[in-house]
Design a protein around this ligand. Structure first.
Ligand SMILES: NC(=O)c1ccc[n+]([C@@H]2O[C@H](COP(=O)([O-])OP(=O)(O)OC[C@H]3O[C@@H](n4cnc5c(N)ncnc54)[C@H](OP(=O)(O)O)[C@@H]3O)[C@@H](O)[C@H]2O)c1
Length: 166
């Protein structure tokens, strides 16, 4: 089963110049809790934006570059993204798609759950966006209270959606 883990600004913003447009440590902690112990799929650019190989999680990195290599026991490089998505969708275990924009766009049709952090602020300099979602086809599984991030006073909430509206 495939799930997306993403944080978006008010206009679907997810990235700016290769990094996140905001600093919300509470979301990083949430990301850690959701993904810990699981396999994560990401694009090569998102992999480059990480501080390193994250502990306790398997990293699947999509690239079209045949020469791209990373020698690490928790990193696997894939080139055939669509075949990989078809197979991961059928697994019983939850695999987390963690971005960025290109990978979310291609993975969305295969995904059954979205862990969304809604950041209630706009970021006009953003250059990467989450794809359009027809939210009528999704229902809310879990929602947190609206909270304010301590460091930059940014309001945010955590919402878990599952595909289907019954
Ligand atoms: N807000 C959030 O929750 C969140 C989460 C993750 C990332 N981000 C942000 O999103 C931005 C990065 O997103 P992005 O869209 O620019 O890049 P990305 O999706 O992370 O990576 C794009 C790369 O993935 C590879 N790729 C894409 N489609 C592929 C396919 N069909 N088969 C094989 N490889 C494929 C290509 O690598 P090659 O060029 O090597 O071929 C491509 O350049 C950053 O700013 C990051 O901070 C935000």
């Amino acid at each position: 089963m495939l799930s997306i883990v993403v944080a978006t600004g008010e206009n679907g913003e997810i990235g700016c110049k290769g990094t996140m447009p905001w600093h919300v440590p509470e979301d990083l902690q949430h990301f850690k809790e959701v993904t810990m112990g699981k396999t994560m799929l990401m694009g090569r650019k998102t992999f480059a934006s990480l501080p390193g190989v994250l502990p306790g999680r398997m990293h699947i990195v999509a690239t079209q570059d045949d020469s791209f290599q990373k020698q690490h026991k928790r990193v696997k490089i894939i080139h055939d993204l669509s075949s990989w998505l078809v197979q991961a969708q059928m697994l019983e275990e939850e695999v987390c798609v963690i971005g960025g924009g290109q990978i979310y766009r291609q993975a969305l049709p295969y995904v059954n759950r979205i862990y969304l952090t809604r950041i209630h602020q706009s970021f006009p300099l953003a250059d990467t966006f989450f794809p359009q979602v027809d939210w009528k086809k999704w229902s809310i599984e879990q929602i947190s209270p609206l909270r304010i991030s301590k460091e930059q006073n940014i309001p945010y909430e955590f919402i878990t959606y599952r595909r289907g509206n019954e």
